[in-house]
Write a protein that binds this ligand. Structure first.
Ligand SMILES: C[S@@+](CC[C@H](N)C(=O)[O-])C[C@H]1O[C@@H](n2cnc3c(N)ncnc32)[C@H](O)[C@@H]1O
Length: 275
């Protein structure tokens, strides 16, 4: 009932920021096929240590950055491969500039780090002589995003740490993934837990819901086809197929606690081999 009411409110554009006081947040619904051993409640205790990696040490040296501790291992896992050369990074959400400075220190010194934010005061965090740039505008404005891409892109890494509104996350991904992210690049959206907090949900489907649909798109080559269509040397093997752009340029999607990562890579047709 509450879910239906939420949907109606979103549909008629009246989901207001005070909605959580009015409506319940997301509830967990799981398939009955998931074994009871896996859905049984078990205790999870508070973290006692801190992440043991270089990025966390850099983070600890700056007072103007807000990050969840468990993100540092995830950043290290996905960003390490970009460290040995100058890259271009776009971060949505500047706040006090701490994360821009953190990325500047973490990546190759000749890298270009660009932050965008809707708050004009964030312009003060630009350090142009160190290739740290800030542009003011909304992540929900495709024209602004195209301008930023025209000036600094395409990017190796795009990190969405902006408004955390589901509609904004969807618009930014739609406007940036194709034109503004390089082949081999990485698009990361963080604070995805906000997709389960109603005050951030302002679209009929959340970003995490459409990310799950993109898992199906990753497997689009196999729809209505059979294994022999991909088998090396087989008479039924396909030479060419038409796929959606996302499917044809997606290497993988990674779901972590509160972070979704899309690795971009132009794909060949999958090939199987029977030896
Ligand atoms: C979570 S803070 C960013 C934190 C920063 N990346 C860090 O790690 O310290 C979110 C930022 O998004 C900005 N923001 C809110 N709505 C926005 C929008 N529509 N477009 C761009 N930035 C937005 C806010 O002004 C705020 O500075």
């Amino acid at each position: 009932m509450r879910k239906l009411l939420n949907k109606l409110l979103i549909k008629f554009g009246i989901l207001i920021t005070k909605a959580p006081t009015l409506l319940a947040d997301h509830s967990l619904t799981t398939s009955e096929l998931i074994p009871a051993e896996l859905t049984e409640k078990v205790k999870v205790t508070e973290a006692t240590g801190t992440p043991d990696n270089e990025l966390f040490r850099i983070f600890s040296g700056d007072t103007n950055v807000h990050k969840w501790h468990h993100y540092f291992d995830i950043y290290s896992r996905h960003f390490e491969r970009f460290r040995d050369r100058p890259i271009r990074m776009l971060e949505i959400g500047v706040f006090r500039g701490g994360s821009l400075r953190m990325w500047k220190e973490f990546f190759h010194p000749d890298s270009i780090i660009v932050g965008i934010d809707i708050d004009k005061s964030c312009a003060a965090h630009e350090i142009a002589d160190q290739n740290v740039f800030v542009r003011i505008g909304s992540q929900a404005d495709p024209n602004f995003l195209a301008e930023v891409n025209g000036e600094f892109g395409p990017f190796d890494i795009i990190l969405d740490d902006g408004s955390h509104k589901t509609h904004h996350q969807i618009v930014s991904f739609g406007a940036l993934f194709r034109p503004a992210l390089k082949d081999g690049g990485c698009y990361m959206v963080e604070d995805m837990h906000t997709n389960y907090w109603l005050k951030h949900v302002d679209s009929p489907e959340t970003f995490i819901e459409i990310s799950k649909q993109m898992i199906d798109m990753l497997h689009e080559p196999y729809f209505d086809r059979k294994e022999t269509n991909f088998r090396h040397g087989h008479s039924e093997a396909l030479k060419e197929v038409e796929l959606s752009y996302l499917s044809a340029n997606l290497d993988g999607i990674y779901f972590h606690d509160s972070i979704v990562v899309f690795d971009k890579k132009k794909r060949d047709l999958p090939k199987s081999e029977l030896r």
